[in-house]
Design a protein around this ligand. Structure first.
Ligand code: MN
Length: 257
């Protein structure tokens, strides 16, 4: 058998499992809330155009509206000012092969359960590498926090001083860039911590990753179903002309044998 026919057969039998890392697009799913002086991210909205009725007797369909960064979504380099001049930095310009790669999952769930502001540090990454080997070049790196089990107000976890949710330190992102990762993903509403504006640089995941041409994934789920290494992630955003990101279906292929 060829690699591809073997893969297709293994997916059909369940020997390779397809894990869906995507939340359902739903008007109630939380979106990031910025300070009021800034423009705001729109929630997902779905308007019925017809439903097998006088507006269209044999068909049902909807008009959609949403922000590029609504729901489980992809961040392109052009999302951040540091990545504005990155070649091929918009979603429609990214080469398709750049969207598929091996995935490393760093389990921060215990830390995030104990501390809403849990910070992923270089020490955590080095401890993970001591157990699982060095993060390979071209890897997607996902920060598992089990934050996706939250819903409603607990998901953004807003307080008087803004959101409180886990995320990486600037030095953690610098180490991931040393490893030449493909992108970094989280279960929270952003790749940065809720209090990420207080780092130098502010929002280090956005600033440093996108400045280096790397990608972000947010609002992921089911990371607890992935092994630390060995799975393959497929994360193609919509092909929006000049788009800075998009909702997408994120799939992981996991070898069950
Ligand atoms: Mn985003």
């Amino acid at each position: 058998m060829t690699i591809l026919s073997d893969l297709a057969a293994r997916i059909a039998t369940g020997a390779v499992r397809v894990v869906d890392l995507t939340h359902t697009l739903d008007p109630d799913f939380p979106v990031i809330v910025l300070p009021p002086e800034f423009g705001q991210c729109a929630r997902f909205r779905m308007e019925e155009v017809s439903a097998y009725d006088h507006r269209g007797p044999a068909w049902k369909w909807h008009n959609l509206s949403l922000n590029e960064h609504t729901g489980t979504h992809f961040d392109a380099p052009s999302h951040w000012i540091s990545g504005r001049d990155v070649p091929n930095g918009a979603v429609d310009e990214i080469a398709p092969e750049a969207l598929i790669g091996p995935v490393c999952v760093i389990d921060c769930s215990a830390g995030a359960a104990a501390d809403d502001d849990f910070a992923l540090t270089p020490e955590h990454i080095r401890d993970w590498e001591a157990a699982h080997g060095q993060i390979p070049s071209g890897a997607w790196v996902l920060m598992r926090t089990d934050w996706s089990h939250r819903s409603g107000a607990d998901y953004l976890n807003m307080a008087e001083d803004g959101a409180h949710s886990p995320g990486p330190t600037p030095d953690a992102i610098r180490l991931l860039l040393d490893r030449d990762i493909r992108g970094f993903g989280t279960e929270t509403v952003g790749t940065d911590a809720g209090q990420g504006s207080h780092y130098d640089p502010p929002f280090p995941a956005h600033y440093l990753l996108h400045g280096a041409g790397k990608f972000g994934l947010q609002c992921l789920r089911n990371l607890d179903q992935l092994p630390p290494t060995g799975a393959v992630l497929i994360a193609p955003p919509l092909k929006i002309k000049g788009g800075t990101g998009s909702p997408l279906r994120v799939l992981a292929l996991v070898d069950q044998t």
